[in-house]
Structure formats: structure tokens, C-alpha cells
Design a protein around this ligand. Structure first.
Ligand SMILES: [Zn+2]
Length: 284
């Protein structure tokens, strides 16, 4: 057993090893549902390309990688474009800035923060300011977005306090994170998916309950909305279940249809077993 870092519940072992480190195990808290690691490897060198270490994407050009991320970047832009219209926006952990490029068309101003040197160099050369730390931005924002970032940060509760210092009064903090109870991990219990998805860099996989808990404890925000989002399609899930492999959403896309996915996502939302959580918080 290991104590849950979020609520001190008695976490139990759910997976031995992560995809990149056999020494680190994954635990889940029975109280708040958070998944957390048995130990944290503090040596992740985000500055020099850790995000793409042992990843086939590393062989691709930045433009090719941006094309792969485009669907997520566009979906996020569509969700937040109205609230970002005419505002000063920071995307924290912005990567190569696919989302920021869309936002720059509607925001009054926007910039990014990323530890990756290649990411910063690319964006600064392409007309979008990108800083190494939030302190370097030197200003407050109307909207701060974190897309698949909070799960990489140790002490997420303290980070919520830091983001609050960089928001104007009534400013918005938008958080998207992978969900601990993705149906592939929970109901389907796909061992191949678990082997591929648990990663030493994901220090926490949150549930709606556990993320709400630290938000409320910080005392800095009101939760405006919480949504369950499904990034991967029915065909993707079928391939994990049939062959234990990723990529079904590309290879078996003829299984997918808008109607089928709409109904499937609706059911996953009812079951609270989508792959992604999306929170909109307002600074008190
Ligand atoms: Zn807990």
C-alpha cells in the first residue's frame, strides 16, 4: 500500500512498471480514484527533448508532428475561442504551439511557456513569444490554459496557487488532463493499453473527484464547468480490445461513423469513463 498524495487514502497497486521505467509502479487511491506513481523520477530532461524520448514522433519534422496534433489543437480552440476572444492568453506547456497559432487569430495577445528548448526556439522564430518559466512572462493573463500538463507537475495544488498569481481578477484557468478511469483501463482492463499508457512522466492521473478536491482545497477558484471528453474513437477501442494495438482510429476508421461515435461518447460520458477531463475554473 502507498498513501495517496492527494487525499492520504491507502492506495493499492494497479500496475507494475511504467512503459519507460520498470522500477516505477502505479497505484490507485480507493477514496479519490487518483492514480499515482510509487516514486517520481526527477531527472526528466524536458529542456532537451524528454517529451519525445523513445517516441517514433521524434523522427518526424516539427510540421509533421503539428499535423498529428492538429485534431486536438483544433478541438481545444473550438471549445475556448469565445472565451479567449479579445483576451490576453497564456498556454502553459504549449509544445510547438499548434493551439496557440489558432488562438493568436482571436486573442488580443497570446504567448506560451514551455521547458523544451526546441519548442521555444521554434515558436519565437515563428512570431509567438514562448518563455521557459511563467515568471519570465512578467504579466497577468485573462486566460491560462493547460492542456495535458498538470499531470506532469509534482505538487499540482501548489501550481494552482501559482497560476492564480498570474491571473487577473475573475480570470479563467482551463485544465485538460487524461482521466484515471478511461474505460480501456477501468471496465475493459486492457493490459496492453495499460502497458502502453502508464508513463513515468504522468505523475498523476486524476478523477473528477480528486481534481475537484485540490481545486477546492486551494481556495483560489470556483469550478465553472467540468466535462468528460473522449479523444479516441470506437475503432481505436476495438483495435485495443481485438489486437492489443493502438492506431485503430486510423487503420479501422471504416468502423467509425459520426452517429456511432456520438452514441458511444454519450454512453462513456454517462458512465464517467471517458479518456479526458476538461475543467474551466474562475479565479475568486
Ligand atoms: Zn486519494
Amino acid at each position: 500500500m502507498m498513501k495517496c498524495p492527494i487525499c492520504c487514502g491507502d492506495g493499492y497497486l494497479v500496475h507494475e512498471g511504467t512503459r519507460d521505467n520498470s522500477e516505477i509502479d502505479v497505484y490507485q487511491c480507493p477514496e479519490c480514484g487518483t492514480k499515482f506513481l510509487s516514486s517520481v523520477d526527477g531527472n526528466n530532461d524536458y529542456e532537451n527533448g524528454f517529451m519525445y524520448e523513445n517516441d517514433p514522433l521524434a523522427a518526424l519534422s516539427i510540421e509533421e508532428r503539428l499535423k498529428i496534433f492538429q485534431k486536438d489543437d483544433k478541438r481545444r480552440f473550438e471549445k475556448v475561442k469565445e472565451i479567449c476572444c479579445g483576451k490576453n492568453v497564456l498556454d502553459f506547456g504549449c509544445g510547438f504551439g499548434g493551439y496557440l497559432k489558432y488562438i493568436s487569430d482571436v486573442a488580443d495577445s497570446c504567448c506560451g511557456v514551455d521547458l523544451g528548448k526546441s519548442e521555444r526556439d521554434y515558436l519565437n522564430a515563428n512570431g509567438i513569444s514562448c518563455f521557459r518559466t511563467i515568471e519570465e512572462t512578467g504579466k497577468k493573463f485573462d486566460v491560462i490554459t493547460l492542456f495535458h500538463v498538470l499531470e506532469h507537475l509534482s505538487d499540482p495544488e501548489n501550481w494552482l496557487n501559482i497560476f492564480s498569481d498570474y491571473l487577473v481578477d475573475n480570470g479563467l484557468l482551463i485544465i485538460e488532463v487524461p482521466h484515471a478511469n478511461d474505460i480501456l483501463l477501468s471496465l475493459y482492463a486492457s493490459s496492453k493499453f495499460a502497458d502502453a499508457t502508464y508513463w513515468s512522466a504522468h505523475l498523476f492521473l486524476f478523477t473528477a473527484k480528486s481534481l475537484s478536491m485540490i481545486i477546492e482545497r486551494s481556495g483560489k477558484y470556483i469550478i465553472e464547468s467540468l466535462e468528460y471528453i473522449q479523444r479516441y474513437s470506437f475503432a481505436n477501442h476495438m483495435m485495443w480490445l481485438a489486437k492489443g494495438l493502438p492506431g485503430g482510429h486510423n487503420e479501422w476508421k471504416y468502423l467509425d461513423s459520426a452517429e456511432l461515435n456520438e452514441a458511444y461518447v454519450k454512453k462513456l460520458q454517462e458512465l464517467e469513463m471517458c479518456d479526458t477531463l476538461f475543467f474551466v475554473l474562475r479565479k475568486k
